[in-house]
Ligand binder design. Sequence first.
Ligand SMILES: CN(C)C(=N)NCCC[C@H](N)C(=O)O
Length: 254
Amino acid sequence: MRKRALVRRPGPRLADGLVTHIPRTPVDGELALRQWQGYVDALRAEGWETIEVPPADDCPDAVFVEDTVVVHGDLAVVSRPGADERRPETAGTERTLAALGYRIARIEAPGTLDGGDVLKHDGTVWVGLGGRTNEAGLAQLAALLAPLGAEVVGVPVTRVLHLKSGVTALPDGTVVGFEPLVDDPAGWPGFLAVPEEEGSHVVLLDGTTVLMSSSAPATRALLEGRGLRVVAVDVTEFEKLEGCVTCLSVRLRG
Ligand SMILES: CN(C)C(=N)NCCC[C@H](N)C(=O)O
């Protein structure tokens, strides 16, 4: 399987990125750039080819490229971000994916949808509702993905920014999250509570390896105890902007 991932370099206005659920703390732009490079290097070291979406330097949050698109099979559904100031970010992602040969569809007004609200495992696509993504966005995504055999399920998100700020899935489909920040842990069969908020976020690198934040050492030990190999990266400057490891890439498989 060809493993490629979209990434987008942080811009000069990164420190002005949106903050909704946590207090604002100063972001070190130079450290952020080094951490981003470390993240890209980690993907490459694990066999992922990285493709840079052209910078959108007027948009402080553009580095969080995950929010601009949902890719399923050969279809790229370009998002319509719930935050107005993030809407200009999608054009560069769309151009990049079109050039790679993806079919393009778009979430249209009044729909809003952020890629960070979309969690996929096997044929199921969970969509977080309550923050940046609305019912119209979910309905449009469901209609676009139905012909590809995906089942789209809405779930509430009120305590964190995006669905994937609260939960992600391990390679075997087990959903992990930091319980105080998950609206309905019981709604996820086999939910695994992790001891740190930053431990909620895993990026699947292959069937036994996950990428996660080095801010969550106890979760790392928990996952290693379950037989997973963990690659940890420093993403503190992005965490100050409610970002996490998932937000910094869009994996393209196949
Ligand atoms: C899963 N997550 C958290 C994401 N996909 N995106 C994070 C975006 C953060 C940005 N400051 C914002 O507020 O939009």
